[in-house]
Ligand binder design. Sequence first.
Ligand code: MGP
Ligand code: SAH
Length: 305
Amino acid sequence: MAVVDSGRHPIRPTRPLPVWPKPERRNSNSSSGCLKPIKTAEGFQKPPKNNTVAIETLRDLFTQTEVHLWDDHPKQPNGLVVDCPLNTKLSNIIGRYWNQRYNLFSKFDQGIKMDVEGWFSVTPEAIAKHQARRCCGTKGGSGTIVDCFTGVGGNVIQFAQQTNCQRVIAIDIDSRKLQFAIHNAKIYGIDRSKVMFMLDDAMVVGPKLRGDVVFLSPPWGGPDYLKHKTFDINTMLKPCGGQALFDMAKKIAPKIVMFLPKNVDPNQLAELALSASPPWSLEVEKNYLNGRLKAVTAYFTKIRW
Ligand code: MGP
Ligand code: SAH
């Protein structure tokens, strides 16, 4: 798998932004020093009338990046094209994902199991591995990762394979998905003691959990999400809107990672980051696989001001 990271560039908000207090430099000697809002006994200082400075601060906080992953698998060892061996109704839905099966799971032929939603929702392996490396990092490891929407285990498997990750809490509301995730994790040789699978509603159990990173890959309303020019995270995500999801995740960990459709509006993501007080930083990463834009991963981080 080859990875190419492109440079960073700031998100240029297109809407009027919420006003944020005038920041001051933490270290006045350093031109690249961190910016922080001025805190008074009453709380954060009233924002200046002209919020130009606030917008400049946000440009430091919000970035857009791209990652280009290459994961070419031979179609068939002997060059034959094998039809989707599922019944016709299923193959109508799954057809295009079937062709990508080795990108979804390189060990597909070892007996990977998925249901229909699993087919169109699983994170392609190269993207899941990249996200896991970013979530777990190299500096000191990431401890516990909470995956609120486990599905058939595409992301959980990659988190658990990171040596820096000590524990994965894998939640899903659908028992069949969890059974498939457990089965698929076994195919990848995942140490069962490292993953705690939880059959539950993430919105209910989530706030009771604590972790270092929370990963959210919620339902996008099916493959038709692309029929809309722009995906509205507040009305089109399941089981609830982006704000409720973000507020729930904030209780779990200081780092929130969301896997979202490629037609998502980055301004809506910036608004989520701004809804925290003080605001969280945001990186919106476009995920390309074999030259095609597949999805977007948003990394929100609570920062020390
Ligand atoms: P896609 O755009 O539906 O398909 O999904 P495809 O054929 O890969 O797109 P194309 O433009 O290359 O032809 C792209 C990826 O988004 C899928 O592989 C999944 O990882 C992810 N994805 C798609 N949907 C519909 C969902 C969803 O509802 N939830 C989640 N979590 N991920 C999804
Ligand atoms: N990242 C996963 C795919 C997730 S698909 C993978 O790579 O395999 C989204 C999942 O969210 C589905 O499995 C669905 O059952 C689950 N889900 C939907 N609502 C939920 C809720 N309230 N709590 C927990 N899981 C939920």
